[in-house]
Design a protein around this ligand. Structure first.
Ligand SMILES: C[S@@+](CC[C@H](N)C(=O)[O-])C[C@H]1O[C@@H](n2cnc3c(N)ncnc32)[C@H](O)[C@@H]1O
Length: 278
């Protein structure tokens, strides 16, 4: 896993017009040159913005989501690799700090249901976070990503899931099924990436909202919608240069909730936490 030197000074993202050569994600951004703070609509069904979770406030439209599906970075190395891909130098030093900020944003949105796709390393801790976020029913299915790598799909809800069994499903299929079958008014994603959540909600003809750090990744969703004959438009400009978002102060994580050795027997822990957590 790559290690990155954490920088104390928070540097602005490099210009998305001149990304690191390896991380252009095609030329979608050239067609949809999204900038942080702008709000874009995708075919009147979707509202999205480039936004760093560490910035406050969250775009107000995110609070319309009553169900979230989030596939966040799973580890510190993975998180920082996304910073590299976004051409950023403000690498993070502690994954737990990111996770706490993610859960603070989830708490602000307060959806009825929150799905998380997460790797084995953080699955137990994520279940605890969902429980601490007030979800009395935290469920978990072993699924895959890219059709072969194992990971976990977690669902925090106030009532038990009554839909399909996701066991063994690939994450993209899970998103497709949830976007089509889950009872929601607006489906949201705080780490949209190239936009599978938005794409499958769009395909299902249902409203979605989302934010993403990397403009070039998020532009791929707008491009996909446009290529499917959707109407894509920028509906609000970025804030003026002298109006700055507040960078959320983060406290370093302290004592881990679980002892390190516990993670070695992950299946046991997951089994112990399975089903509705009182
Ligand atoms: C595993 S990917 C999500 C992939 C997504 N499901 C898709 O359809 O492409 C995680 C995403 O989180 C984003 N991310 C990382 N740090 C972030 C931050 N501080 N704020 C917002 N998004 C962030 C990354 O840029 C990356 O696109």
């Amino acid at each position: 896993m790559a290690t990155h030197k954490a920088t104390k000074a928070v540097k602005a993202m490099s210009d998305p017009a001149n990304p690191p050569a390896r991380w252009r994600y095609g030329d979608a951004w050239e067609r949809f040159p999204m900038r942080a703070g702008e709000v874009w609509r995708a075919s009147s069904m979707g509202t999205v913005a480039v936004h760093n979770l560490f910035d406050a406030p969250l775009p107000g439209f995110m609070r319309t989501a009553d169900t979230l599906f989030i596939d966040p970075p799973w580890t510190l190395g993975n998180l920082n690799s996304f910073y590299t891909k976004a051409g950023r130098a403000d690498y993070q030093a502690d994954y737990e700090v990111f996770a706490r900020r993610l859960f603070a944003c989830i708490a602000e949105i307060a959806p009825q249901v929150c799905y998380l796709e997460i790797g084995a390393q953080y699955a137990t801790q994520a279940k605890i976070h969902l429980h601490d976020a007030g979800y009395g029913c935290v469920e978990c299915w072993p699924v895959t990503y890219y059709r072969k790598h194992p990971c976990w799909l977690l669902r925090g809800g106030h009532t038990a899931h009554t839909g399909r069994d996701f066991t063994g499903m690939d994450e993209e299929r899970c998103i497709e099924v949830i976007a089509r079958e889950e009872a929601y008014d607006v489906l949201g994603d705080l780490c949209m990436g190239r936009g599978l959540v938005g794409w499958y909600a769009y395909r299902a003809g249902r409203p979605f909202v989302g934010t993403e750090l990397n403009p070039r990744r998020l532009a791929c969703l707008l491009d996909r919608v446009a290529k499917a004959d959707g109407v894509v438009e920028r509906i609000s400009a970025a804030p003026r240069k002298n109006v700055r978002a507040t960078r959320v102060r983060t406290i370093e994580s302290n004592t881990p909730v679980l002892q390190p050795g516990v993670f070695d027997d992950q299946s046991g822990i997951l089994a112990a936490l399975d089903g509705c957590v009182p």
